[in-house]
Design a protein around this ligand. Structure first.
Ligand code: MRU
Length: 330
């Protein structure tokens, strides 16, 4: 797969460059980030997005804080407040904390985190490819742009296509932010995988027609029982897949599991600006004065999952036992 990475670090210039995902696919614009404060704002504004990519970016945010002499406590606080749902942000910042005050150590840890993303996603792609076949449907964006590696769900799809198992991908456009239309369609096109864009409300009709063989999505935070938060619309897809007897998989690195949560009800769900629903790229859709609601994620109960694809293999029910086993906790 031709990988389009969401960031690069220029160590000499001490700048972390982000590919502005708000502008893709029409423009490829790189934004320089020089401080942790700027990184927190870039994550909040979704210049960079996707759970693993947010984690790596936050880690480099702490590296920048060291390089610019920012207050580390404040840098950590700003980064933690940037987006609430993806646990990777907090996982990465927890990993950086022991290296506070040590520039070389913090840089090494951020580089290690990034390398781990690549290694775990290579494994996830290979495991995931084994269970995908025919026509696959996916939601949001889980490719290299969302992770900095090979991608989770999309990595598995691309690998399954390379192996001749997957013939075609249905790409949910993913309202309101259009990660599917703008980013997944862009990545699949670059990877040479046949794909067709649909609006989110078309999935049920395609399933009823027998034109979806499997659904695979990414994860922003999973609880120990397998309940998980992912992009708004995932829950709807899970219920539809269950109704039609279609296998439904979630793909994630084990670092996206929050071991402090027994079930999904404790996952914080980000609520974003209603403007993102009322407008499309600055063009007003609804009458002035109309209210809009914008939860950015939803929670899918584990009972709808066929399997959980991790770097350690595919986990099957009972998920609480399988996840504890994979994480090495009792
Ligand atoms: O709001 P976003 O674009 O950051 O949401 C991204 C998703 O929901 C992805 O599915 C998730 O982060 C998994 S990425 C491998």
């Amino acid at each position: 797969m031709e990988r389009i990475l969401p960031f690069r670090f220029d160590e000499r210039e001490r700048v972390f460059w982000l590919l502005d995902q708000r502008k893709l696919p029409l423009e490829e614009i790189w934004v320089p980030v020089r401080t942790a404060r700027e990184m927190a704002e870039a994550i909040r504004a979704m210049v960079v997005r996707g759970a693993p990519a947010i984690g790596v970016s936050a880690a480099y945010g702490m590296v920048l804080a060291h390089l610019r002499g920012e207050d580390l406590e404040e840098a950590d606080r700003l980064l933690r407040q940037s987006r609430p749902t993806a646990v990777n942000l907090f996982y990465a910042l927890d990993r950086m904390r022991p290296h506070w005050g040590n520039l070389a150590g913090s840089l090494k840890e951020a580089q290690a985190l990034w390398r781990e993303v690549e290694a775990t996603e290579r494994a996830i792609s290979l495991h995931g490819a084994k269970v995908l076949r025919g026509q696959v449907l996916t939601h949001c964006n889980t490719g290299p742009l969302a992770t900095g590696g090979y991608g989770t769900a999309l990595g598995a799809i691309v690998e399954a296509h390379r192996q001749g198992r997957v013939s075609h991908v249905w790409v949910d456009e993913t309202r309101p932010y259009l990660q599917g239309a703008r980013l997944t369609a862009y990545e699949l096109k670059k990877a040479g995988v046949p794909a067709t864009l649909i609006t989110d409300n078309m999935a049920g009709f395609l399933m009823a027609q027998g034109r979806v063989d499997a659904v695979i999505v990414g994860v922003d935070r999973m609880a120990l029982n397998g309940d998980f938060a992912n992009k708004i619309g995932t829950y709807t897809l899970a219920v539809l897949a269950h109704h039609h007897g279609i296998p439904f998989y979630a793909a994630l690195p084990l670092s996206s599991v929050d071991p402090s949560l027994e079930g999904g009800q404790g996952i914080p769900i980000e609520e974003r600006s209603s403007e993102e629903v009322l407008e499309l790229r600055g063009v007003r859709l609804a009458p002035l004065g109309v209210a809009a609601y914008h939860p950015a994620f939803d929670i899918t109960p584990h009972r709808y999952l066929t399997g959980i694809i991790t770097e350690k293999g595919i986990l099957y029910p009972p998920f609480d036992e399988a996840l504890r086993d994979a994480l090495g906790i009792s």
